[in-house]
Ligand binder design. Structure first.
Ligand code: ZN
Length: 488
């Protein structure tokens, strides 16, 4: 085969043996599915402490699989998790690996996770969530798409080069964690601690923990952050009977509903002064990018079961989903919410809401704006009750430059495997790790998803299609080559 490559190079034909690599992938489809079956069979639910032994086993299996690539594999102890009752249990170790140490090559670092969201057959799964089941080319199982198949696809991509005795175009590092679904407990500290060692020679970080928007492959270049608030209104020293006391006291719940209603207009305008003004302007170029994205409004409506959306054109809808802030009111603690008709006046209620963050908002500023605004609205009510506003989470948004060489490499790899241009998309949700990697290591990051738009992450009947899994592996193979082409 080397002679073939040599000849091809002389003739100026494709110098990279993609055909052989892709053929290798096609020849090993059943092995890849079997590997996924073994991983999905482990109930690595990070939110359920009774499953912690399974989670530890999952990290061991990940380390074993990475050792198969012949690199240096380490299981990094990240300490303990404190449970609500004050006891502590060990966190699952983070698995790091390093394959290749050629200083003339770029070094990429692939981030992924092998813990999963909870799943039970009784939740409404059509199949056993921990027994990978193939129905019409879709592989159903918890964690199949989020994030076990993408992690395996990266490992198989490296393996393919090795199996064909081809030089790996870049050095590859892995950081695979087991607490992503519950907030990546312990990972930030580990990244900070390894900034000057493990991460010091990493050029680029690649995250494949998201999905496409349609059947068209996508590159993801932004995520929203989130500021989560508690607004507590406290009145009488205990709950009261509305028949006995109603009409004599200013009720905390009425105050709370009043201030919550001042956050956002019925048409979706955030009413907190300063927030809309902080949002980076929507450029003409961005507008054109959004116009090019493949997105089916009708399918989106039917998926969530509603007739009318906030906006009735694609550009406005996607822009408000990804690059504008929004307020969501999540719940009221202390309010009566059981069935029946209890005539209670709750003494203390806590409204919970969050504001999705986008560039150029700053969580510290948002905290100040929201707190001052709610207190001013509350003051106008002249209520004797007490208001306390606290910000519980302040996660920043993340945004990459789609003209960066990493994205150009992504576009080239997508074109080679799928013969089309990728959609350039953002995520409306928060992937805090992207921002942490960027802030701590200062490296450029790309999100290169292979999951399908309808994979049902965190939901019943999660799946990964064979098509996305296998073609996704080829995409990673091509991407390794394209990244190597970036000028040092
Ligand atoms: Zn995930």
């Amino acid at each position: 085969m080397l002679a073939v490559i040599f000849l091809a190079t002389i003739l100026g034909i494709q110098a990279h043996p993609f055909d052989e690599l892709h053929q290798h992938v096609d020849d090993h489809v059943e092995d890849y599915v079997e590997a996924l079956r073994q991983w999905v069979a482990v109930e690595s639910d990070s939110s359920d402490v009774t499953k912690r032994a399974d989670l530890h086993r999952m990290m061991d299996m990940t380390a074993e699989k990475l050792k198969g690539l012949g690199g240096e594999v380490e299981m990094v102890d990240i300490g303990f998790q404190e449970l609500p009752d004050g006891t502590t249990i060990p966190l699952p170790k983070v698995v790091t690996a390093q394959i290749g140490k050629d200083s003339t090559k770029h070094t990429i670092c692939v981030y992924g996770h092998v813990d999963v969201q909870p799943a039970k057959k009784e939740d409404g799964w059509a199949t056993d969530p921990y027994n990978l089941t193939d129905i019409n080319g879709n592989l159903y199982g918890r964690g199949a798409s989020d994030n076990k198949a993408p992690v395996l696809a990266w490992i198989h991509a490296v393996e393919a080069y090795q199996a064909l005795n081809l030089d790996l175009p870049v050095n590859v590092k892995f950081v695979i964690e087991g607490m992503e679904e519950t907030g990546s407990n312990g990972l930030d500290t580990m990244i900070v601690a390894k900034r000057d060692t493990f991460f010091s020679n990493v050029d680029y970080i690649i995250i494949s923990d998201c999905g496409w928007l349609s059947r068209r492959p996508a590159l993801t270049y932004g995520t929203r952050g989130n500021c989560y608030f508690f607004a507590e209104v406290e009145g009488p020293k205990q709950d009261l009977h509305s028949g006995v006391y109603g009409g004599t006291v200013i009720e905390p719940m009425t105050d709370l509903i009043g201030i919550l209603d001042s956050l956002i207009s019925p048409s979706g305008n955030i009413l907190v002064p300063g927030i809309r003004e902080a949002v980076a302007p929507f450029s003409d170029e961005e507008w054109r990018m959004y116009q090019d994205i493949e997105f089916d409004m009708e399918a989106f409506k039917s998926k969530i079961g509603i007739d009318q959306l906030m906006y009735n054109n694609k550009v406005d809808l996607l822009a408000h989903r990804w690059r504008h802030p929004t307020v969501s009111i999540h719940g009221i603690e202390g309010a009566f919410s059981a069935s029946g008709s209890k005539t209670v006046i709750p003494a203390k209620v806590t409204g919970k809401f969050s504001i999705r963050q986008v560039p150029d908002m700053d969580p510290a500023m948002v905290k100040k704006q929201v707190t001052e605004y709610l207190h001013s609205v509350f003051a106008k009510r002249k209520s004797p009750n007490k208001l306390k506003v606290t910000m519980i989470i302040g996660a920043k948004p993340w945004l990459a430059d789609t003209k960066h060489a990493l994205y150009e490499a992504g576009k080239a790899a997508v074109k080679r495997v799928f013969q089309m241009e990728p959609d350039l998309i953002r995520e409306g949700g928060t992937i805090p790790i992207a921002r942490t990697f960027q802030d701590v290591t200062g490296k450029s990051i790309i999100m290169l998803p292979i999951g399908g738009f309808d994979d049902g992450l965190h939901s019943q009947n999660e799946k990964m299609s064979r098509y996305n899994y296998i073609e996704g592996t080829k995409l990673f193979i091509s991407y390794l080559h394209e990244v190597a082409e970036i000028k040092k």
